[in-house]
Ligand binder design. Structure first.
Ligand SMILES: Nc1nc2c(ncn2[C@@H]2O[C@H](COP(=O)(O)OP(=O)(O)OP(=O)(O)O)[C@@H](O)[C@H]2O)c(=O)[nH]1
Ligand SMILES: O=C([O-])CC(=O)C(=O)O
Ligand SMILES: [Mn+2]
Length: 610
């Protein structure tokens, strides 16, 4: 049963933190691994782990001349995305999970988890990963420890977060609280069993206990299901910490823009999964004289500073980006970062010379590939070579345009917040909110067509408040109230201006009305000119929309009529939209803040008078 070595390793006292030592011993006893490995985060350890995974067939080493120190992994075809239907918020009271979350009684859930995790690591190594989200020298560093039986998770966590011995020593030194995050792929090995390249279970449980701030993830090895510092901690658990401690944990990129006049601004933007955060975060502006630098591409922790200004930090250390659509023409900054190597790719296609490829990477499609399922592929195969949710996992410090402020624990002052979704109709390219409260309303009614980032149907319009629908760790109405209450304490004159954007509107002939990507710099320029009070706009019932002349379209090879289509406010479309918003707000019941109900009533009144 391997119990003796487990006890030995625990007693070799890898930590002086009594709570951590006890938790590790308890989990080892429950899950029964063959050995325990305390992750030190070193380069040697990474080299050894990736080497072992290559030997085991979990990783393919890429051609070092193309992608140095880089690997490709291929998941089980049933384990390719976050599983929202299997994700739970187990608060003591059902109401505290709200209508947007799956809930189960904590005691009932604990019993199920205990049963699933019992013996779940048999025949495997149990890794203990101390990690911190955000800076280790932050005023109040947010620690976690992930226990996992997946070496792929260890290697990926090393890219995505600060992990290892330095973090462990700091946890011990300050006797810090840490979020216990337990992960198992749920595929124990019995003596004589041969392992598979991507072990996982058909049954998946992604479970959060917000009151005790703990995470249990069973059955999946993929992305946000398994790299527990990311969505589970830095959004779901952190959103609850943020509510209790007076800050915000958001699904937002952070971007710094500098104008030709050398004035700098910081933009935060919340778009649902696979709706353009990484791309906007790594923006390559097409308008002359503007400079963009990135601070973050997925998660943003914000708090009010001493002067009541809203400050943002990115708690992550890597990019876990959607591969398809990331190419030299659309996102050269991401491509340059990836090309430096030190990356793990998951579910992309392999080229015959040992590199990787995905749809949209190059204009020219290779004549032959090995697709993500390991089959020989040609352009005639009739299906994509890379999975639509295939990902690159790359250290953020390989991004040439990384702002030096990324490393500052104080973060940067946010001047503008964008909310955006993927909508074929209705939502204009950009709309400025009338004021802060109206901006929160825009965020609370944000909608988007579903994508491959979560399992389930793709292309269905759903409401996604602040792009946080799958990530709010408590009641959604209380979450809106928290935004409103918190910002009331901020310096009102310095609150960011809020904008709603949609890069994905279609023309009547079906194509994208707006070219997107680097051209989105034109929209950001307009937003900044609105902050400065210099750009024109039309006041519509939904907010301020650019006049055609107020957008800088110089050098843009797009028909003015397409841009006009992108900007239109069509009352018939809004009649439908208002119905959707009403249905959405009805679902909040009593917990909808009155201020938001008031915003909806005002919007309806403005349309009635339009
Ligand atoms: N048409 C169009 N497509 C875009 C634009 N920006 C991003 N995309 C595409 O949208 C998809 C997802 O973009 P990402 O930037 O990776 O999305 P994300 O929000 O970071 O996604 P997550 O990592 O899942 O949170 C990719 O296929 C992109 O090519 C744009 O401005 N216009
Ligand atoms: O969590 C993941 O698997 C990837 C991601 O960033 C998202 O879905 O928003
Ligand atoms: Mn994301």
């Amino acid at each position: 049963m391997g119990h003796a070595p487990v006890q030995d390793s625990v007693e070799q006292a890898m930590t002086t933190h009594p709570g951590l030592a006890a938790w590790v011993a308890e989990i080892a006893e429950l899950t029964g691994p063959e050995e325990i490995h305390w992750v030190d985060g070193s380069e040697q350890e990474y080299a050894a782990l990736t080497h072992e995974m290559v030997e085991a067939g979990t990783l393919t080493r890429l051609n070092p001349e193309l992608f140095p120190n880089s690997f490709a992994a291929f998941s089980d075809p049933k384990d390719v995305a976050r599983v929202e239907g299997r994700t739970f918020i187990c608060s003591e009271k059902k109401h505290d999970a709200g209508f947007t979350n799956n809930w189960m009684d904590p005691a009932e859930m604990k019993a199920i988890l205990k049963d699933r995790f019992a013996g779940s690591m048999r025949g495997r190594t149990m890794y203990v990963i101390p990690f911190v989200m955000g800076a280790l020298d932050a005023e109040d560093p947010k620690f976690g420890v992930e226990i996992t039986d997946s070496a792929y998770v260890v290697a990926s966590m090393r890219i995505m977060a600060r992990i290892g011995t330095d973090v462990l020593r700091q946890i011990e030194l300050t006797n810090a609280f840490f979020v216990p995050a337990l992960h198992s792929v749920g595929a124990p090995l019995e003596p004589g069993d041969k392992d598979v390249a991507w072990p996982c279970s058909d049954e998946k449980w992604i479970v959060h206990f917000p009151e005790e701030r703990s995470i249990f993830s069973y059955g999946s090895g993929y992305g946000g299901n398994a790299l527990l510092g990311k969505k589970c901690f830095a959004l779901r658990i952190a959103s609850v910490m943020a509510r209790d401690e007076g800050w915000l944990a958001e699904h937002m990129l952070i971007l710094k823009l500098t104008s030709p006049e050398n004035k700098s601004y910081h933009v935060a933007a919340a778009f649902p999964s696979a709706c353009g955060k990484t791309n906007l975060a790594l923006l390559d502006p097409t308008i002359p004289g503007w400079k963009a630098e990135t601070l973050g591409d997925d998660i943003n922790w914000m708090r009010f500073g001493k002067e009541g200004e809203l400050r943002a930090v990115n708690p992550e250390a890597g990019l876990f980006g959607v591969a398809p659509g990331t190419g030299w023409s659309t996102n050269p900054n991401a491509m340059a970062a990836i090309s430096k190597g030190n990356s793990i790719f998951t579910n992309v296609a392999l080229t015959d010379d040992g590199g990787v490829w995905w749809e949209g990477m190059t204009d020219e499609v290779p004549a032959h590939l090995t697709d993500w399922r390991g089959n020989s592929w040609t352009p005639a195969s009739g299906h994509p070579a890379a999975h639509p949710n295939s990902r690159f996992c790359t250290p953020i410090d390989q991004v040439d345009m990384l702002s030096k402020d990324y490393f500052s624990p104080e973060g940067v002052e946010i001047n503008a917040i964008l909310f955006g979704g993927r909508r074929k109709t209705t939502i204009p390219l950009v709309t400025q909110a009338r004021d802060w409260s109206h901006g929160i309303f825009m965020g609370s009614t944000l909608s988007s067509e579903t994508t491959a980032a979560a399992s389930g149907a793709v292309g269905v319009v759903r409401r996604d408040p602040m792009a946080m629908l799958p990530f709010i760790g408590y009641d959604a109405g209380d979450y809106l109230k928290h935004w409103l209450d918190l910002s009331a304490n901020g310096n009102q004159a310095r609150l960011p201006k809020i904008f709603l954007v949609n890069w994905f509107r279609r023309t009547s002939t079906g194509g994208f009305a707006w070219p997107g990507f680097g051209e989105n710099s034109r929209v950001l320029k307009w937003a900044i000119e609105r902050i400065e009070g210099t750009a024109d706009a039309v006041e519509t019932p939904i907010g301020y929309v650019p006049t055609l002349a107020s957008l800088d379209l110089s050098g843009l090879e797009v028909a003015a009529s397409d841009v006009e289509e992108a900007l239109r406010v069509v009352p018939a479309e809004w009649e439908e939209e208002l119905k959707g918003i009403e249905e959405w707000y009805a679902r909040f019941g009593d917990s909808l803040p009155a201020e938001m109900a008031g915003q909806l009533a005002e919007l309806k009144a403005r349309f009635a008078a339009y």
